[in-house]
Design a protein around this ligand. Structure first.
Ligand code: GLC
Ligand code: CA
Length: 603
């Protein structure tokens, strides 16, 4: 059984490789002969549209030297695992030199590897290993801000006439008659408190949308843009295939930076994002860098609505390829301040994807994701992580992500159905967002410690950052040491890659089969999406259609079994994938669905 699966997967892999090679060859032929590339269902074919992306948070993936911190050689040692999973692109969260105020999202030196993660030689080995396996690597571009230990900021804060002064955003702020200083405006930081810090050396405030140790760069200074483009070229010339761009809509600051109104204070990212010069900066970045390589770009679009998406990704604008829109992942939650997990309904979730399908055009390209290093685990947030339901509900969400329209992004551990961590006390957390919020809310008496900790346990980013669960040995095989930087989830004995590899009914083997199925048909990539039953409270049923090829996906969102009658007298078709070994119903119009069951039919 296992060897048959391996053989089938291998054949699919070869077929997919061959197909991509043919498509690429056709496109270059067309380009060489001056013709427009052939469109598929109105879309221009691109490798990044056909890819499945897998995000690695290096600190948590695999530790190779026992210091308790994941590292680059650790990732290299797991490349066969990723290849077998079938993903094509790896997105590596920041691997650069950093004092780790925000786990690498505060960069001290953009051209150096973080000491804990290894050396540049380790990076080169990792990249070579990825390429040998016909995968690609994209890296995190964090250029809205740097670390305060970056040499640009070290210089900038020295004096008002330092050549680097304008690399950052400095303002005198206000001085009351009694000498009391207050910040230039009322901007709050994503990580609690004011977004301004007074720096004693020059007695001026600098702007930091995130932590005080993450000063915002001043993109209005052309020298800043030139430095950023140069570091991008440095990594592209090494052979990386593009970037995930951290909070990129924040790089152009609001004109004049007036106080936010009471209304704007309810959702500051909307006021911070998409400033007046964003399009100009991204266009310049595309012209100077991105357009010169065979790369992909995906922007983390904080504060950006669906309606604004085209402004960033329409391919006629030559800016970014894709963005992450947070409507689905933040369903029932806010993406600023103290986020709480509120109630949500399936029709609301479906409405988000339905709207994407109508608002985005054939010149735009979407992403699909429900997790990353900033959000809790999918199965605990959207599914049901209780013992009998964890496996089917994890499979359902992987089905959703891998069959909706857009490039799918998987986060490490989702393929195992990893769950949230049983956080209890403040000391269990590492995240600066949690620590700062505790100071701002609990220490000031605004809310009680127990309310705060109960809500954080459900939404904290640290839920996603606990170490990967590789096997049932101590510390889940993540480290040979005894002190992982963040505790391993105590459920690792049941939930781990080694166990799932040998269990044919595991989430892992299901995700492998799903990715292989997706690789078999471009209908899952370029096919139209139709929601058959937007109002149904428990079932999501949709089709993906490309010419004569049509797939029907049916998912039961809930812990109760139900009989689902397909709308409009539709017959299910031929079952091509199901997460329940028992279900073999084909060509029927009433489906007996088990709790959290998902099925894919070919019609
Ligand atoms: C993005 C990152 C997050 C980080 C923040 C500041 O939202 O995904 O992890 O804290 O930017 O860089
Ligand atoms: Ca290590």
């Amino acid at each position: 059984m296992a060897s048959e699966l391996t053989r089938t997967l291998f054949c699919m892999f070869l077929r997919n490789l061959f197909r991509s090679a043919v498509i690429t060859a056709l496109i270059s032929l067309a380009a060489a002969s001056g013709q427009e590339p052939k469109l598929i269902n109105g879309y221009e074919p691109k490798w990044w549209k056909e890819a499945v992306v897998y995000q690695i948070y290096p600190r948590s993936f695999k530790d190779s030297n026992g210091d308790g911190i994941g590292d680059l050689p650790g990732i290299t040692s797991k490349l066969d695992y990723l290849q077998k999973l079938g993903v094509n692109v790896i997105w590596l969260s920041p691997h650069f030199d950093s004092p780790n105020a925000d786990n690498g999202y505060d960069i001290r030196d953009y051209r150096k590897v973080m000491t804990e993660f290894g050396t540049m030689a380790d990076f080169d080995t990792l990249l070579a290993g990825i390429k040998e396996r016909h995968m690609r690597l994209i890296i995190d571009l964090v250029v809205n801000h740097t670390s305060d230990e970056n040499k640009w900021f070290v210089e900038s804060r020295k004096s008002k006439d330092n050549p680097y002064r304008d690399f950052y955003i400095w303002r005198p702020g206000h001085t009351a008659p009694d000498g009391t200083r207050t910040p230039p405006n009322n901007y709050p930081s994503y990580f609690s408190g004011s977004a301004w810090t007074l720096d004693p050396t020059t007695n001026e405030y600098y702007l930091h949308y995130f932590a005080a140790k993450q000063p915002d760069l001043n993109w209005a200074d052309p020298k800043v843009r030139e430095e950023v483009f140069s570091l991008m070229r440095f990594w592209l010339d090494k052979g990386v295939s593009g970037f995930r761009m951290d909070v990129i809509p924040l790089i152009s600051k609001p004109t004049g930076m007036p106080d936010l109104t009471a209304e704007q204070l309810k959702n500051p990212p909307n006021a911070y994002a998409n400033g007046p010069h964003l399009a100009e900066y991204l266009h310049e970045m595309n012209r100077e860098v991105l357009s010169r390589y065979d790369d992909m770009s995906v922007g983390e679009a904080t504060g950006t609505t669906l309606a604004q998406t085209s402004n960033l990704v329409d391919d006629r604008r030559h800016e970014l390829n894709m963005i992450f829109n947070f409507d689905a992942i933040k369903l029932g939650r806010s993406d600023f301040g103290l986020s709480q997990l509120g109630p949500w309904s399936l029709p609301e979730l479906k409405a988000i994807y339905d709207e994407h399908a109508t608002v985005l055009t054939k010149h735009d390209w979407d992403t699909v994701f429900l997790s990353n290093h900033d959000n809790p685990r999918i199965v605990s947030t959207f599914g049901d992580d209780s013992p009998g339901m964890r496996v089917p509900s994890a499979k359902l969400f992987e089905t959703l992500i891998l069959t909706l329209r857009g490039t799918p992004f998987l986060y490490e551990g989702d393929e195992l159905g990893m769950t949230d961590f049983p956080f209890k006390t403040l000391a269990d957390y590492d995240d600066i967002a949690v620590k700062n919020a505790y100071k701002a809310l609990v220490d000031t008496g605004k809310i009680s410690a127990s309310t705060f900790l109960a809500s954080q346990a459900k939404v904290s980013r640290d839920n996603a950052r606990t170490p990967m669960q590789w096997d049932s040995t101590a510390e889940a095989g993540f480290t040979t040491g005894t002190h992982p930087w963040l505790a391993v989830n105590p459920n690792y004995k049941e939930i781990n890659a080694a166990q799932e590899n040998s269990d044919p009914a595991s989430v892992l083997n299901y995700v492998r089969a799903l990715i292989a199925l997706r690789a078999r048909s471009l209908a899952f990539v370029y096919g139209d999406f139709d929601d058959l039953d937007p109002q149904h409270p428990h079932v999501f049923a949709y089709t993906r259609t490309l010419g004569k090829e049509k797939y029907l996906v049916v998912e039961n969102f809930g812990s109760a079994a139900l009989d689902y009658v397909l709308p409009n007298g539709l017959k299910a078709g031929h079952l091509v994938l199901s997460d329940m070994p028992g279900s073999r119903q084909s060509q029927v119009s009433t489906l007996h669905l088990a709790p959290w069951e998902s099925r894919i039919y070919q019609q």
